[in-house]
Design a protein around this ligand. Structure first.
Ligand SMILES: Cc1ncc(C[n+]2csc(CCOP(=O)(O)OP(=O)(O)O)c2C)c(N)n1
Length: 638
């Protein structure tokens, strides 16, 4: 029985058994009868630790028992355990020698929020984006089979753990198709909690729900004890086991048809059942899919009741630590860019019935919850399916409607061909609201929106805008909406400088920037959210500062004028320098034969690890002091 907590401990709970587990081998040395206690202590420690550090929450709580059972049954790290997305791996990190460091998770120089190959040998695959686990684990299974053929030893087992949300992505389907074809030994654990970040949507979710509520599952639950007795846990009675398992397979199960041995659904919080099932599955050859039913937020009542709100948790602030008041993350009242987008969407939809908003499973993060409630007919959550989201928008645009694709910069990477081939090449009328542009802080490099300017700027027909403040964001969204053709507005995570937002919507002239400060000698050309920094540096150095607004088309008139009046042009953006907006400026000068000194400031050619956004900005050399130093140093050479 899982212990259910209702408070987050503010002092470290006693975890005598867990404290003795510094590696999965030590876990495996325990008698099975002690695993329930390990689960209780692990959950208590997880609650305490995430309360101290902040971080992903509900998904980890839901896989405490599954994580224990997997490490107990499999010989990790030799056997490969590949977690999908990786936001649920805090229990895995605790059991794999990172218990004490968990308090540093997502902090600078601390543990990463996701599995990371350079962090631990127990993390065989780095992750952060969803639905990669099946392909990666299949690749490992192929490698393992090759080694096995060489030395004749039994191969390493390869296990992928994938959520029902992640299972909705094209990549997962592609891998399932190929796994059946390759037909190697491989275990896929489907961790089905009926939740993505929001409620899981789509035909697959409905199908899983049917399996859950099927007579078969109830029968299975009731006869668990008998089944456990019948499962030989260590013997090699493969045939008997397979026959028994076949009996559990519902006729017509999709996965069976696709070439998997399908088992389940089984209770993902029942450790003995999990351990015995996994032990037995080791005897089964070929691809196996074990369907495990879990509850997101399990064992912490507020998260069980509100799994969406408790997907992640903010660190409990020190002054209030005496009064435990766990807050789901994003509880702050400050208007963020995400809210500005959501408000704009509602305001537009009220007058524009042709508006169709699309999200690939990120309606909360993208600020679309109110819109979804008020305009359900104009809202499509397509599940974790970025490629589909973009081509769906293209199709909608073909019918004279106006799709707005709300998508994080990092996840748009998945849909690059769709952006080029399906939208831009056909010059279709789609607006992209690109969220989390630039560095994103604690989620780290996997989630950074570092590349969208570079990868969009080279695509014909695109109009690309970057607001410097909240009001520009609103007006740019409107500008992109009424523009006919593909347009993108890229805005950062969190809050802006706090300017007044005009309710009235006014289209900006396409390809026109504005001079924010007139100075001399140096002109800082700012693209996007770093304008306040640019203005401070401008004050210090008496430099001109332009809010360029458009990355494409560039305001060439303004460029001509600034190049003529200044000795140094500095471009500033929170995007990779390589191929970024600054590169566009230099290309323009080169084409026109304008000779002027140019300094590009942006994200350097490295992946920037998790830390606060401010710390990441310092790492990138984009803080005020460093920018000022770099400009002064460059001036000395001009
Ligand atoms: C390609 C991609 N799109 C979106 C996300 C954002 N995201 C992180 S977790 C998550 C939900 C995953 O649901 P599921 O696989 O069921 O795992 P659970 O959280 O329920 O354990 C989403 C959409 C992502 N990580 N990667």
């Amino acid at each position: 029985m899982t212990t259910t907590y209702s408070d987050i401990p503010l002092t470290r709970p006693a975890t005598p058994l867990l404290d003795r587990i510094d590696s999965p081998a030590q876990l495996r040395a325990l008698p099975e009868s002690e695993l329930e206690q390990v689960a209780d202590e692990l959950r208590a420690y997880l609650l305490y630790s995430v309360g101290q550090s902040g971080g992903h929450f509900g998904a980890g709580l839901g896989v405490v028992e599954l994580t224990i059972a997997l490490h107990y049954a499999f010989n990790t790290p030799d056997d490969r355990l590949v977690w999908d997305v990786g936001h649920q791996t805090y229990p895995h990190k605790i059991l794999t020698g990172r218990r004490e460091e968990l308090l540093t998770i997502r902090h600078r120089d601390g543990l990463a929020g996701f599995p990371n190959r350079s962090e631990s040998e127990y993390d065989p695959f780095g992750v952060g984006h969803s639905s990669t686990s099946l392909s990666a684990a299949l690749g490992m299974a192929i490698g393992s089979a090759m080694d096995q053929n060489l030395d004749g030893q039994p191969g390493r087992r390869c296990v992928a753990v994938i959520g029902d949300g992640a299972m909705t992505a094209g990549m997962a389907f592609e891998a399932i198709n190929h796994i059946a074809h390759v037909d190697l030994d491989m275990l896929v654990v489907l961790n089905d909690n009926n939740m993505s970040i929001s409620k899981s949507v789509g035909g697959l979710a409905t199908y899983f729900s049917k399996l859950w509520s099927s007579k078969l599952y109830n029968l299975f639950r009731e006869s668990t004890k008998t089944l456990l007795k019948a499962f030989p846990s260590t013997s090699g009675l493969v045939r008997k086991t397979e026959e028994l398992m076949k009996a559990l397979v519902a006729p017509g199960i999709v996965f069976e048809e696709l070439g998997f041995t399908y088992i389940g659904p089984i209770d993902g919080h029942n450790i003995p059942l999990l351990v015995h099932t996994l032990e037995n599955l080791k005897q089964v050859t070929g691809p196996v899919l074990l369907h495990v039913a879990t509850q997101k937020g399990k064992g912490f009542s507020p998260a069980e009741e509100d799994p969406i709100g408790y997907h992640a948790l903010n660190k409990i602030p020190t002054p209030t630590r005496e009064t435990p008041a766990p807050q789901p993350s994003d509880a702050s009242k400050q208007p963020k860019y995400q809210q500005i987008f959501g408000d704009w969407l509602c305001d537009m939809a009220a007058d524009h019935p042709e508006l169709i908003a699309i999200t690939p499973a990120m309606s909360e993060g993208s600020g679309m919850v109110e819109f979804a409630e008020r305009f359900p007919q104009q809202f499509h959550d397509v599940a974790i399916a970025e490629q589909h989201a973009v081509t769906l928008a293209a199709g909608i645009a073909c019918e004279g409607k106006k799709p707005v694709v709300a998508i994080y910069s990092t996840f748009l990477q998945r849909a690059y061909d769709q952006l080029i081939h399906d939208v831009a090449l056909q010059n279709l009328d789609v607006l992209f609201a690109i969220d989390r542009a630039g560095l994103v802080g604690e989620d780290g490099a996997t989630h950074a929106g570092s590349f969208d300017i570079s990868f969009m700027r080279c695509i014909p027909n695109m109009v690309i805008m970057a607001p410097a403040d909240e009001n520009e964001a609103r007006q740019m969204l409107y500008t992109g909406y009424i523009h006919i053709g593909p347009a993108a507005v890229r805005y950062p995570r969190g809050t802006g400088p706090g300017v007044t937002i005009e309710q009235a919507m006014t289209a900006l002239p396409i390809g026109k920037g504005r001079l924010s400060r007139q100075g001399q000698q140096v002109a800082i050309l700012n693209f996007g959210a770093l304008l306040p920094t640019a203005l401070s540096v401008g004050e210090e150095l008496d430099a001109s500062v332009a809010d360029m607004r458009f990355i494409k088309p560039l305001d060439t008139e303004l460029l001509d004028q600034l190049a003529a009046d200044h000795t140094l042009i500095v471009t500033l953006e929170e995007n990779a320098i390589a191929g970024g907006a600054g590169a566009g400026v230099s290309e323009y000068f080169a084409q026109r034969g304008i000779v002027v000194a140019v300094l590009h400031l942006g994200l350097p050619d490295i992946f920037i690890d998790h830390a606060t956004h401010d710390a990441q900005i310092v790492t990138a050399g984009l803080d005020e002091a460093t920018i000022s130093e770099r400009i002064k140093a460059r001036l000395l050479k001009t």
